[in-house]
Design a protein around this ligand. Structure first.
Ligand SMILES: Cc1cc2nc3c(=O)[nH]c(=O)nc-3n(C[C@H](O)[C@H](O)[C@H](O)COP(=O)(O)OP(=O)(O)OC[C@H]3O[C@@H](n4cnc5c(N)ncnc54)[C@H](O)[C@@H]3O)c2cc1C
Length: 416
């Protein structure tokens, strides 16, 4: 590259839902902004998720019931959670910290923090999706969690917990489930409809629509590998596969890849990967689903998407780039077929990695030892939901504004 590198106010690294949101929010505040990704926008984790915009996911996987469920996971045959024993041994410290966060005393503070983040984010999603001309992609039909067993007490407890945060849900019996979803086989005895939850029919398309909005507002999109970020006297140099950019502020929104570029700067981020899979199937129009359905005991989700019914699997704890293992997907697809009629697979099975820190809260804020370096990652199972507010909070902080929700629980210095 000839001459001086391009110079901007804000460089956002990673164009998943978090990065696109941060970039758009930065442009809205008048910053010259470049959004950089090596791949097509929104084509990694933010593409393959279940598309649930979840109002009620305020209790992460590491909650007190994880301890009770643990013996059932140890045989490594569950559809909901599997692990690579060698990964667990090598990451014993992360596992211990993750499990310690499942203690009852850790429930309220984390739920409160996530509730604030989720509330702010759902508000933005509902506003942005219309603004981005993608309003037809959002469904306000809720999210249905269902149990095959008589689990009324479990559902009631969950309902009461959500209600203590003002989150509404309806408790359903078999008949009420059939009334809501007439096209599923009545295998579920109990259901909880999260009425304030929405969903989209193509998460990847929604990210692209937000990115279009960013570009139309004067933002620049650059497709390139990012190989390093280097501090300068008054900002940052971002080393790209095809040149370099200098920026006063740099936002790391690289999802499951976020720790990689931070390591050379001395930050050892305890980011792990809750991998998950999906397979889409041709829908039978006469057997349509109205909303995402979460089979709690089966350990899978079925979401009606633009291209068919997307069946998503549970959690696989292993190295981010380890070869795929389709065992969980193979286990749940026949179960899903037993619930709703669908046709042949559409496309190949997809694999992604939910980026997760030991307390299951994302990092949202400034890096502790470098001015102008902002961290926005670790959004675990709810990153598609929480991306907009994560990005917006970062842009607000760069501008010196107070974010619209309480961010102290997400401060990066709790780990680095
Ligand atoms: C099976 C599954 C189901 C899920 N279901 C839901 C759901 O229903 N609802 C919900 O809210 N969340 C869900 N999630 C979680 C959600 O998908 C993630 O939390 C979220 O997408 C993370 O977004 P992100 O922007 O942080 O990361 P990503 O979308 O992965 O974006 C990171 C970007 O960084 C880029 N990148 C990385 N390294 C480099 C580099 N060196 N140079 C250039 N570019 C780079 C990548 O190409 C990528 O585009 C699910 C996840 C999985 C796996």
């Amino acid at each position: 590259m000839q001459g001086q590198p391009e110079q901007v106010d804000v460089a956002v690294l990673g164009a998943g839902i978090v990065g696109v949101s941060a970039a758009f929010a930065a442009r809205q505040r008048g910053f010259s902004t470049v959004l950089i990704d090596r791949r097509e926008l929104g084509s990694e984790t933010s593409y393959g998720n279940a598309g649930v915009l979840s109002s009620g996911s305020i209790l992460p996987l590491n909650k007190p019931s994880l301890w009770r469920a643990l013996p059932g996971y140890l045989g490594n045959t569950s559809a909901a959670l599997r692990f690579n024993p060698s990964w667990v041994i090598r990451n014993a410290d992360w596992v211990a910290r993750f499990l310690a966060n499942a203690a009852p005393s850790k429930v309220q503070p984390r739920a409160k923090a996530l509730h604030g983040l989720i509330g702010a984010s759902l508000k933005l999603h509902r506003e942005w999706i219309v603004k981005a001309d993608a309003g037809t992609r959002i469904r306000e039909t809720g999210w249905l969690k269902v149990w095959r067993s008589e689990a009324v007490e479990t559902a009631r407890q969950e309902q009461a917990f959500l209600a203590s945060f003002g989150i509404r849900s309806d408790l359903l019996d078999r008949q009420a489930i059939s009334a809501l979803e007439p096209n599923i086989v009545p295998v579920y005895k109990t259901g909880l409809l999260h009425t304030q939850t929405a969903s989209v029919d193509s998460p990847g398309a929604v990210v692209k629509a937000y990115a279009r909005m960013f570009a139309e507002s004067g933002g620049e999109v650059r497709r390139s590998e990012i190989s390093a970020i280097e501090p300068l006297a008054d900002g940052w140099r971002i080393v790209l596969g095809d040149g370099a950019i200098s920026a006063r502020h740099v936002v790391v929104a690289l999802g499951p890849w976020s720790a990689d570029l931070l390591r050379p700067l001395g930050y050892r981020t305890p980011l792990a990967f809750e991998r998950g899979y999906h397979q889409e199937f041709a829908p039978n129009p006469a057997r349509a689903l109205q909303r995402p359905i979460h089979d709690a005991e089966g350990g899978f989700l079925m979401t009606p998407m633009e291209n068919g019914i997307r069946v998503t699997s549970g959690v696989e704890l292993t190295d981010r780039d380890a070869p795929s293992s389709f065992a969980q997907l193979d286990m749940v697809v026949p179960m899903a077929r037993g619930v709703v009629e669908f046709g042949a697979p559409v496309g190949e099975p997809w694999r992604g990695a939910r980026p997760t820190l030991p307390d299951s809260l994302p990092m949202i804020g400034p890096a502790p030892r470098h001015a102008g370096l902002w961290l926005a990652f670790g959004n675990q199972h709810i990153g598609f939901t929480t991306g907009p507010a994560t990005g917006e909070a970062i842009a607000a902080m760069i501008k010196g504004e107070k974010p619209s929700f309480e961010v102290s629980a997400f401060a990066p210095e709790r780990y680095i």
